[in-house]
Design a protein around this ligand. Sequence first.
Ligand code: AMP
Length: 391
Amino acid sequence: MSNAILVINAGSSSIKFSLFAHEPSKRELNLVYRGAITGIGTHAHFTAKALDGEPLASQDLSGADHEQAFSVLLDWLEHRDDGLSLAAVGHRVVHGGVKFNTPVRVDDAILTELDALVPLAPLHQPHNLSPIRALAKLKGALPQVACFDTAFHTTQPDIACLFALPRNLSEQGIRRYGFHGLSYEYIAQCLPEVTGELPSRVVVAHLGNGSSMAALKDGRSVATTMGFTALDGLPMGTRSGSLDAGVVLHLLNNGMDAKAVSNILYHQSGLLGVSGGISNDMADLLANDAPEAKEAVDLFAYRISRELGSLSAALGGLDALIFTAGIGENAAPVREKVCRQSEWLGIQFDAQANQQRASRISLPDSPVSVWVIPTNEEMMIAQHTRNVLGY
Ligand code: AMP
């Protein structure tokens, strides 16, 4: 029997999972299958697929809550005749605050500490913690490890984390944290293998439905575009990214309540808002001739280019730029716009390599090299889980 590590990424109404097999005597982890329970609380549905896309499960779970959904998943895992024994579960948890700078095995005391961080990420943290609690109840002896989106950024210097607000607010934890840390960590780990060295001053652009960028000095985060929440920085699918805080005050002072403003900033802005409601999806926008669609794509690329300048300033220069996540890995026109606008930084763009989706998309002599590297947050969580538990 090989050990298996279950990786869980839980949101408000869905639980995505991946199962990794792990030979005790070997270092590597192999993805065996993945799946999801969607529509939790309403029309919940459980699906699982093999790596070749073959459906392994499809079950209606209408009305199931998180705990019921979990018990179906566990039951399914336990009754598969695949020679795997579930040894541990790794969870993506959005917020580890200032304290949790590495993944941690969860017990009751840790869970209480993670609960106390809910006010810092009210839209995500409760949903990340709920499956941990459900599993502890269903299978108390199964080790669980929490892996944080914020942890990788705890290496940022204080100056990069401070807002220019009164000190008492900073002391209450109102500061920049940064997110997508598991993705950045995975990329930092791949960099030497992909590029043949570890470039010293690197900016990684994680461009997906949620987007952010991070400056890595010798593989460690020194600055990032997301701050106190995952609303900051770049425009995203439906999130505004950075904006003048005065806009929020203006909306509040002119008839909107906090809930309505929050709905605009999280769900009606970004690519969706700028495109005038055409789509939050980059592939749709690139295929659409409407001027609003073009403007949304142009603004996205423009903001990335401006943040690249800012993060390069934090690094004192730039040696390599990495594109990753759904848009970064697949949207060649976005990569081209960003690279063309950033030639002043020393990027010599290779248009042909970019079209062919080569790993390196800068010319051989380019002073700044540019790469496309697929991210794998689930693998990072599986590795952390194995390492924390000492397998
Ligand atoms: P993620 O959140 O990392 O899954 O990324 C989702 C984003 O990637 C969406 O905006 C998709 O439209 C975008 N995306 C995925 N594939 C493509 C593609 N082939 N061309 C353009 N955008 C893509």
